[in-house]
Design a protein around this ligand. Structure first.
Ligand code: GLV
Length: 321
């Protein structure tokens, strides 16, 4: 171990965080194209690894780093890419970047909701391709969110912020959560219900749960069949929350109204059926992609590495490690 301590950024950390790390550590950054074997080789001897959601942080990678490894600092709020049990067994702290991306992700969920509800991507495509024949009273009729019942699945930080943003639409607000959220209930008149009830009552359903074995395919064929034919489904959580094939079928068979998606099963691959399904707004996992959020996330990564290296409690330890 070098005196300064060694931190390996296994892909990319923005300068806002990388420069902070460079003040105290010997920092190696592999860049976006690093493959698994380069990651394992570079990790050897690291005190800290900066990771992100695009690759698995498993026991093999931790083993390649070695027993001096103190912290895996994940650049993102989700950490379903990290084997928490393996980290715990090796005494490695895991951290994430909550808070920094709350506004950015909630705002993207709203953008996708509105784009999907009004079929904006298809309308824009028509215009760009020269297919627009002029104002037509019958065409491009979508769904209004004013007065809509809005269901937030997973009312944590991002789900709660989304609920604040949509409060102006004025309809009822429903949520699911393991714990009641008195703040959302008192301030926003939100009502905590079971998932099935939320799916059946909501005009707009926004998913804000982490990816996990328990949440995998929470929205499956059965769940989709509970929704209104006009329901708009938005997913900015994790692609694994939704059974892609079932959602594509539901859209193609007009069993739900529309969908707005930022995350996909098997990213960066995704089911090509989404490209031909009607009334979908698609984004390439950009929920946290604002200047402010990504810089703040980068700084949080650095703060977490500093604390863990110095033996202090980091600002954002992942629970259970
Ligand atoms: C992005 O998806 C994140 O988990 O931060």
């Amino acid at each position: 171990m070098s005196e300064r301590g060694k931190v390996v950024i296994l892909r990319e950390l923005l300068p806002a965080g990388r420069q902070l790390l460079e003040e105290k550590f010997q920092v190696t950054s592999l860049g976006l194209d690093a493959d698994r074997s380069q990651m394992k080789a570079a990790a050897a001897g690291a005190d800290g690894l900066v990771t992100d959601l695009t690759f698995a942080v498993d026991d093999e990678l931790l083993g390649a780093a070695g027993p001096q490894l103190k912290v895996v600092a994940n650049f993102g709020v989700g950490y379903d890419n990290v084997d928490l049990a393996a980290c715990a067994a090796r005494g490695v702290t895991v951290t994430n970047t909550p808070g920094a991306l709350t506004n950015a992700t909630a705002e993207l969920a709203l953008a996708l909701a509105m784009a999907a509800a009004r079929d904006l991507p298809a309308a824009e495509k028509d215009l760009r391709e020269g297919a627009w024949q002029g104002w037509d009273p019958r065409r491009w009729r979508g769904f209004e969110l004013s007065g809509a019942s809005i269901g937030v699945v997973g009312a944590g930080r991002i789900g709660g912020r989304f609920m604040e943003l949509v409060a102006g639409f004025g309809g009822e607000r429903l949520y699911t959560s393991r714990q009641p959220k008195p703040d959302l209930e008192n301030r926003l008149g939100a009502e905590r219900v079971e998932l099935d009830e939320l799916l059946a009552r909501s005009d707009l359903i926004s998913l804000h749960l982490p990816g996990s074995r328990e949440s995998r395919h929470l929205i499956d064929e059965r769940a989709l069949r509970l929704m209104k034919r006009t329901a708009v489904l938005v997913n900015t959580g994790r692609g694994t929350l939704v059974d892609s094939a079932a959602l594509i079928r539901a859209l193609k068979e007009d069993r739900i109204g529309a969908a707005g998606l930022d995350v996909y099963e098997g990213e960066p691959d995704f089911d090509p059926g989404f490209l031909t399904a009607p009334r979908v707004a698609l984004a390439p996992h950009i929920g946290s992609a604002t200047y402010r959020s990504r810089d703040e996330m980068s700084r949080l990564v650095a703060a977490n590495v500093f604390a863990a290296r110095e033996g202090r409690e980091p600002p954002n330890p992942v629970p259970g490690v």
